[in-house]
Every structure is written in C-alpha cells, then in structure tokens.
Design a protein around this ligand. Structure first.
Ligand code: TYC
Length: 126
C-alpha cells in the first residue's frame, strides 16, 4: 500500500507503516530504526502567457490560421481570440511552460515573417 502525502499527493520517499513483507517497522518486527519521511522536492513550473498584439495590416484569416496551427485552437476559439485582439489590442493565445511558450512565439513570428505580415507575439510571466 502506498501512503500519499496529504499535502501534495506525492508518495513520500519512505512510507512509514507500509504493511508489506519488508522489515520496515510497519509490522512491529525487529527493526527498531526511526523512519523519517522525506518530502521530495517538487516545484510547479512557472507559467507564461503567450500574448498576441493587434496591428493594422495582418489579415484576420491569417491570425485565425496561426491560432489553429500553432496554438491548437478550433475555428470558433481562434476567431474569438483574433477578434478580441483586434478590438482590445492584445490577447492571450495560451499559457504554457517557458520552453513551450517560447517555441510557440518563434513559430508564430516565423510564419508571420515568411508571409510578410507584421504580426507580433510575446511572452509574459504569469
Ligand atoms: N487588425 C487586423 C485587421 O484588421 C487583424 C488582426 C487581428 C491583426 C489580430 C493582428 O493579432 C492580430 N486586419
């Protein structure tokens, strides 16, 4: 049986009282050592918003295409995000770990440059 740490739901390195055949102190056997639970060092990664910026020249259909291809949005969500950016000036395409976010920014900027559109997107730490 695995005892889950009640705080972060990750199995402790040593689960005191586990009731298996090993002589680990859980069965009142001869092991008299003190069992110390060690908490594994796990940290949630920082997350980054990928922001898209409005401009006057990039065609709406191109922005929708980028949101579908790079950010995996369906047509409705892509159109909604594009219109939000068009009206407000900036919008969130998605939230990712740093390397994923950076890759999506690069892919978006590459597609824009290859098609000679001034579309800009950037990262913002959450
Ligand atoms: N404003 C652009 C237009 O009217 C469309 C557009 C939307 C451009 C979103 C960039 O991130 C953008 N053609």
């Amino acid at each position: 049986m695995t005892i889950l740490d009640p705080i972060d739901r990750i199995p402790p390195a040593i689960a005191a009282g586990s009731d298996d055949d090993k002589d680990d102190g859980g069965d009142g056997g001869p092991d008299t050592g003190v069992v110390i639970k060690t908490r594994p060092k796990v940290k949630k990664p920082s997350m980054y918003k990928v922001l898209m910026l409005n401009d006057d020249y990039t065609p709406m259909e191109f922005v929708v295409h980028v949101l579908e291809r790079v950010f995996g949005k369906n047509g409705d969500d892509a159109t909604r995000i594009m219109l939000h950016v068009h009206q407000k000036g900036v919008g969130v395409c998605g939230v990712y770990t740093y390397e994923v976010a950076e890759t999506k920014v690069t892919q978006t900027m590459d597609m824009a440059r290859k098609n000679q559109h001034p579309l800009q997107c950037t990262l913002e730490k959450e």
